[in-house]
Design a binder for this molecule. Structure first.
Ligand code: TRP
Length: 340
């Protein structure tokens, strides 16, 4: 553990809605970056249960059940609680208070223009009945990020507009306060930002049923790879096949470190004479060698739920001190009254 006074590493924060176990899309989009960051940065990982409620208001039970599923996933992929602070959003009331203040420094029109929000409104079928909490969750996310004064946010590319939104709020607030109370943050998006679903449609997501979970069994991996979208015109082995838009090759690009072999497979596939079955068999073994150890570690950790709870509780206690200090600073900078 690095004592806070001597810890000059930049602060990074990221988070997840606990709506279900994490999947390969999360791994490529952000978990991998988090592993790289936990030594070089003071990393906070927020289990965003309040945010989860913004699109699952009618299923609070699901949010409650998944808080620790997500925590198990963190430890299973190698997040180290001695380096990283894992905390629970709903147990950090200062974040809600910051949200309440920030809501006054953003317009409804701006929130409605946010491209991520627009996409999500569509995919969730809200139509015109958008929950106000949902429309405003980017403001709460600004509170998450600024609450610990993070300057780096490792996220998938779909989250970039939310960091933009955060920085607009930060600038507006600093202008009002007449000084730089809060730092701006930078989104850190990985090279392969968005992993397509196994159906080849849009991104991997649990609600679309096109995801491979980090806890997937050998058999689930096999089933998922078997139904993976390839090239619909590649009817017999001797036909020339298309690599572009072929999900199996997109996954090999994302997960197979042996790029030489992958390039060779691509060449032979394009030429004709290489069947889907062979490429899929390779992907299956690549995925098993990634997921196998994660699955084992997860099973071990899931046997010690009380330890995991303690880790989340102590991370949250640490984050509480910091977020409360930030709230005080912001209120002070705005010159708000304090009934002491
Ligand atoms: N919106 C993120 C997601 O859906 C989760 C999240 C909540 C988050 N608070 C955050 C991400 C703060 C980065 C920073 O995955």
């Amino acid at each position: 553990m690095h004592p806070i006074t001597e810890d000059h590493r930049p602060v990074a924060l990221t988070g997840d809605r606990p709506t279900g176990p994490l999947h390969l899309g999360h791994y490529v989009g952000t978990l991998k970056n988090r592993l790289a960051f936990q030594r070089t940065h003071r990393l906070y990982i927020l289990i965003a249960d309040n945010q989860g409620l913004t699109d699952h208001a009618s299923d609070p039970d699901r949010i409650r059940r998944n808080i620790f599923e997500v925590a198990f996933d963190y430890f299973a992929v190698g997040i180290d609680p001695a380096e990283t602070t894992i905390c629970l959003q709903s147990a950090l009331p200062a974040l809600s208070e910051l949200t309440l203040l920030y809501l006054n420094y953003v317009t409804v029109a701006r929130l409605e223009r946010n491209p991520t929000i627009k996409d999500e409104i569509q995919s969730r079928g809200f139509g015109r009945d958008i929950p106000a909490g949902f429309l405003c969750y980017p403001v709460a996310q600004a509170a998450d990020i600024t609450g610990v004064k993070a300057t780096v946010v490792p996220v998938g590319e779909d989250q970039a507009p939310l960091i933009e939104q955060t920085n607009e709020i930060v600038r507006r607030l600093c202008r009002q306060a007449g000084r730089e109370v809060l730092p701006e943050a930078k989104a850190l998006v990985p090279r392969v930002g968005r992993l397509p679903g196994v159906d080849g449609l849009a991104k991997m997501s649990k609600s679309r049923g096109n995801a491979i979970q980090l806890s997937a069994s050998r058999d689930e991996i096999k089933q998922a790879v078997r139904r993976m979208y390839t090239d619909p015109d590649h009817l017999s082995v001797s036909d020339a096949g298309r690599v572009e838009g072929n999900v199996v090759f997109q996954y090999l690009d994302a997960f197979d470190d042996d790029t030489e072999t992958v390039d060779d497979l691509k060449r032979r596939y394009r030429q004709g004479g290489l069947g889907d079955a062979i490429v899929k068999a390779r992907l299956e073994s690549v995925l098993e060698s990634l997921i196998g150890p994660i699955r084992e570690r997860r099973a071990e950790i899931a046997r010690r739920p009380a330890d995991v709870r303690d880790i989340v509780a102590s991370g949250t206690a640490r984050a509480r001190t910091i977020t409360e200090a930030t709230l005080e600073e912001v209120r002070e900078a705005l010159g708000l009254y304090r009934l002491a």
